[in-house]
Design a protein around this ligand. Structure first.
Ligand code: DOR
Ligand code: ZN
Length: 361
């Protein structure tokens, strides 16, 4: 669907929510961080910050230093202190020691540990080769101290079809993991399939999932409409329409296991438009308007607040934010490109029109 195709007649003119959070965000570092950080801070109170830098964020000290750089970028962008809180994560490796997990927990700054199966996606080469073989001590510590495991849920087996990698991950990794660690908090990140939705809905114990705006709005046809469109390419890749419908159903159901995570992942235009383009969609600038389009198309704008502002904090054991965010029904065109560290990034759905925008202050 087109984000702007939501019905315009008769609906509410403004939409005010408890200030939302983004439970899956790539902010990068250095000049790129400085270019993108305000896009998230304008809408969200907090965000779970992904650790796939080069080199990755593997220790609590790394996470603290990265957090300081994000806070400095926020200050530089004019964001008042405390208005946007980066919730840090560690990047799990085959060698993460249990002491590091405990140190991270005690710091109060690290809110999750990210599992990237080695080779699954951008900057995942330092990731885990065999979770239950190499990471037992870290997983024990995580289960023990209530540290959530944030999962990129795709197998990397080249013999498994790209479109099946999430479904196969459930059987090969998720089920054995959760059988061995039933009390471990697990977030199935950027869910993309009906299989994933069914798994999360039915699983016993502390399991939840984030869902991106692009997986709610588009199916895999978007990648090929009129030609090859690299700005719709992300991992896990967009799936068939029946999967998109299952995701919309989950997100708008009110089930507290599903919450907002944009997976906004900036890559320069040149890094995407080439013979081996990077995976990642940039959605941070228009994130809440994109989610509002998806919820309005399902006639469930009334459920957006639970998904965007309440379910995530409940799972992470945090209070909801105190402020609010207001969207207004004023059409806005997504620009063809946005500045990115002296270069440019093409946002998802560039050139298309959105029915909602952030209320001007
Ligand atoms: O599309 C993606 N981009 N998926 C990921 O898992 C990583 C991300 C990135 O860092 O660019
Ligand atoms: Zn991601």
């Amino acid at each position: 669907m087109q984000p702007g195709s939501a019905r315009d007649a008769g609906g509410p003119r403004t939409l005010t929510l408890t200030r939302p959070d983004d439970w899956h965000l790539h902010l990068r570092d250095g000049a790129v961080l400085q270019s993108v950080v305000l896009d998230s801070a304008r809408q969200f109170g907090r965000a779970i910050i992904m650790p796939n830098l080069k080199p990755p964020v593997v220790t609590t000290a790394d996470a603290q230093a990265y957090r300081d750089r994000i806070l400095a970028a926020l200050r530089q962008a004019g964001v008042p202190d405390g208005a946007f809180q980066p919730l840090m994560t560690l990047y799990l490796t085959d060698n993460t020691p249990p002491e590091e997990i405990r140190r991270a927990r005690q710091s109060g700054l690290v809110h999750g540990v990210k599992l990237y199966p080695a080779g699954a996606t951008t900057h995942s080469d330092a990731g885990v080769t065999d979770l239950l073989k190499h990471c037992r001590a870290a997983l024990d510590a995580m289960q023990d101290c209530g540290m959530p495991l944030l999962v990129h849920g795709e197998v990397t087996d080249p013999d498994v079809d790209l479109f099946d990698r999430e479904a196969v991950f459930i059987d090969r990794v998720m089920r054995p993991l959760r059988q061995a660690y039933p009390a471990l908090k697990v977030v199935f990140e950027h869910l993309t399939t009906a299989d994933g939705v069914a798994y999360v809905r039915e699983a016993s114990g502390p399991v939840a999932a984030t869902i991106t705006a692009h997986h709610l709005l588009y199916n895999r046809n978007a990648l090929f409409k009129g030609g090859l469109r690299p700005h719709w390419y992300c991992l896990p890749v967009l799936k068939r329409e029946r999967h998109r419908l299952a995701l919309v159903d989950a997100a708008t159901s009110g089930d507290a296991r599903f919450f907002l995570g944009t997976d906004s992942a900036p890559h320069s235009r040149g890094a995407k438009e080439q013979d081996c383009g990077c995976a990642g969609c940039y959605t941070a600038r228009h994130a809440m308007a994109l989610y509002a389009a998806a919820f309005e198309a399902a006639d469930r704008l009334d459920r957006l607040e639970a998904f965007a502002s309440l379910n995530g904090p409940a799972f992470y054991g945090l209070p909801p934010n105190e402020g609010v965010l207001t969207l207004e029904r004023v059409p806005e065109r997504i620009p063809d490109a946005l500045p990115l560290a002296g270069d440019e990034v093409v946002p998802l759905a560039a050139g298309e029109s959105l029915a909602w925008r952030l209320q001007a202050r």
